[in-house]
Every structure is written in structure tokens, then in C-alpha cells.
Design a protein around this ligand. Structure first.
Ligand code: MRU
Length: 364
């Protein structure tokens, strides 16, 4: 996607040296565009853990490149398995992380030692390219939903509500939930996005709003609690969110607060769609609520807030009284029964085991 006319991806191999890995430091956005250079696996693990990179498909791709850096430093099997475990332990909920690392290990374990680095870079590049193609396909399949909504209200804009950031910053390019919005916008459809701020880390306010703005998509940031009210007043035509892990039965783990939006959508008969590449589907899980691990993040993310002070400096301030405890579950699970459907790279489908297996027979 483009930042003020210049095309970027969210992770890439440095064009000058051909091996180090470039990422945006997403903790600095939208206030500063800082591109980091990763040269060691530990730096890739730190980038994922500290959320310099985040979003399910992107952390998978960065972990894949992290393994390339690990192998460049030491191509022995023992060291490779140790670094793979270190990268896998960075964040627990998004299955793309484990999926990408296992795929890398499968490729490299079957490769002679002196060819491992080359094989790893080739596999990481494939993972990245596939993610771009899948997200682009999700954009095409999902844009039809916006077109259908537009046909129902000629001359008016289509209002889409989204939560967290499931745009190009969360994938290698295009995004999942935002890809249909970009495609619809580029086709000339009048689409407006309600952007949930997404406390505690504000991925909506800081990242989604920035992305949409850079691409020229009309949007309005709302407090997380405003979505239900807007739905009650007919101000939301559809909800589009991404996911960190989808059970084979269609249960959806996504950023905390997604479940509440699904409940409000159901009560107001607003379609609730989840956009996911197949790398986000965990074919080993039947019951998302019981089996998907939910990341517990530091309480300070709730008790403080970081932003730009009016004098232009960055500031972190407390918003919770000293002495109060804070809890920070980072994801929740929306049961499949509340999901209108899934938008995958192979098309749209109902969120249940039968339909998912029909769409992906190789896993089902
Ligand atoms: O904690 P984050 O910012 O990594 O959470 C990201 C999300 O919840 C996204 O909605 C999800 O990864 C979808 S990515 C296209």
C-alpha cells in the first residue's frame, strides 16, 4: 500500500545488503515513520514481543525472516530449533506465528546444512508473497459485500465498522478486514469507516485511522463503547474485523472487544464478517473458547496511555488512580453462531466446520 504515493510493505529484505530485514516501528506510528533494521533473530523476537510489529499475518512473516537471521548466524540444527522456540514464544494467540515457524522448519530441516540460509530466505519470501496474494483475494471477495450494501442505499455512503488494526500494517500488504475497504474505495464506492479506538493500545486510533487516511478513505474514530449506539441508529451497514485465530468450527479469536461488537451486531441485525487468510485457521481446534490461548498483557497498558502532548512531545500519563489494579486480557473469542461469515482467499463462507472443510478440503 502507499504512504503519500510511495508503495511500501510492512516487512521486506533490505535492498542494499540483500539479507537484513526492514520493518516499520509501529509503536511510533502515527507520530513518526521510523524504519528499523533487524540483523539478529533476537531483534525479530523483540520486535514481535514489544509490538513494533503486530497483527497475526505480519508476526508470522517477521518470525519467518527472524529464522533466516538465526540461520545466518548459526546454521546448526540445535541452534535453529532453539531460535524457532524463542520466536514462537513471543506471542501466544495468533496462530500465524506458529504456522509460519513450523513451515520454515519443515523446509529447512529437509535441506543440507550449507544450503539452509538460502532455503530459509526463499521460504520466508514465499510466505510473504502468499500473504499479499491472499489478502488481495480477500479484498476482492469482501468488496462484493460493500457493493451489495451500496446497491441497497443509492447515493449514500456505506458505513463499515472495524475494530483494532487489520490493515496492511497487520499483514505484509493490503490487510484482511481493510482489504475489502481499499478495493471498494479504489473502485469508486463511497465507503466510510467507523474506527474503534481499540483500548488499551489504541491500534484503531493510532494505526487504522492513519492507514485509511494515507489512502484517502473517509473514516471517523469512535470510542470503543460507541459501536452499539451507532448500530441501534442504523449508522452501521456491516462490521468487518480480522482475526488472530479461527477454530475449524468458526469460533473467532480477535482483539479484546470484538465479542461485544458481535453481540451488538446480532441484536441490531448488522452483518458481522471476519476476514482471514487460511494461515489464521487452526484446524486442530474445535472449541475456540476452551482451546485458544488468550494473551494477558501488562496492566500498565490499561493504567496508562501514550500519545503526543499538545506541545508536540511524546507523553505517557496515568489514567487509573495509583493503588487500583488493572487487568489486560488482549483477545476474546466470538462464538461462530454470532459470525455472519468468513471472508477467505478462496471466497466467503459460513463460519462452521462443514463449510470451512468444503472450502479447504486439504485440511478438513
Ligand atoms: O495485538 P495485536 O495488535 O497484534 O492484535 C491484532 C488484531 O487483533 C488484529 O485484528 C488481527 O491480528 C487481525 S490481523 C490482519
Amino acid at each position: 500500500m502507499k504512504i503519500d504515493g510511495t508503495p511500501y510493505r510492512s516487512v521486506w529484505v533490505d535492498e542494499q545488503d540483500g539479507w537484513s530485514v526492514r520493518i516499520f516501528d509501529q509503536t511510533k506510528l502515527p507520530w513518526a515513520i521510523e524504519i528499523l533494521r533487524l540483523t539478529r533473530a533476537e531483534q525479530a523476537a523483540h520486535a514481535i514481543r514489544s509490538m513494533q510489529v503486530r497483527g497475526a499475518p505480519l508476526i508470522g512473516a517477521v518470525a519467518a525472516y527472524g529464522l533466516c537471521l538465526a540461520l545466518r548466524a548459526n546454521n546448526s540444527s540445535v541452534s535453529m530449533e532453539r531460535d524457532a522456540a524463542m520466536l514462537a514464544a513471543t506471542r501466544p494467540t495468533a496462530v500465524n506465528l506458529r504456522w509460519a515457524i513450523e513451515r520454515m522448519l519443515t523446509r529447512v530441516r529437509n535441506t543440507p546444512r550449507d544450503a539452509r540460509v538460502q532455503a530459509a530466505y526463499a521460504e520466508a519470501a514465499l510466505i510473504a508473497e502468499e500473504d499479499v496474494a491472499q489478502c488481495h483475494a480477500i479484498g476482492q471477495h469482501g468488496a462484493e459485500l460493500i457493493e451489495i450494501a451500496a446497491q441497497r442505499k443509492p447515493g449514500q455512503h456505506v458505513n463499515v465498522l472495524t475494530h483494532c488494526n487489520a490493515g496492511w500494517l497487520a499483514t505484509v500488504d493490503w490487510g484482511t478486514a481493510l482489504a475489502p475497504i481499499y478495493v471498494a474505495h479504489d473502485r469508486g464506492l463511497d465507503v466510510h469507516v467507523w474506527v474503534d479506538e481499540t483500548r488499551p493500545r489504541n491500534q484503531g486510533a493510532a494505526l487504522t485511522a492513519w492507514e485509511l487516511g494515507r489512502h484517502g478513505v473517509s473514516h471517523t474514530v469512535i470510542a470503543d463503547n460507541a459501536g452499539g449506539h451507532l448500530m441501534q441508529h442504523g449508522e452501521v451497514d456491516l462490521v468487518l474485523v480480522g482475526a488472530d485465530r479461527v477454530a475449524r468450527t468458526g469460533d473467532v479469536a480477535n482483539k479484546i472487544g470484538t465479542y461485544l461488537k458481535a453481540l451488538a451486531a446480532r441484536d441490531n441485525e448488522v452483518p458481522f464478517w471476519v476476514a482471514v487468510p487460511s494461515s489464521t485457521i487452526d484446524w486442530s481446534i474445535d472449541d475456540g473458547l476452551a482451546a485458544i490461548p488468550i494473551e494477558q498483557r501488562p496492566a500498565t497498558e490499561v493504567s496508562t496511555i501514550t500519545g503526543r502532548a499538545l506541545d508536540g512531545s511524546m507523553a505517557t500519563i496515568r489514567v487509573v488512580a495509583t493503588g487500583s489494579q488493572a487487568a489486560n486480557p488482549a483477545f476474546d473469542v466470538t462464538p461462530a453462531r454470532l459470525v455472519t461469515g468468513l471472508i477467505t482467499e478462496r471466497g466467503r463462507t459460513a463460519a462452521n466446520a462443514e463449510n470451512l472443510a468444503r472450502l479447504f478440503p486439504e485440511y478438513g
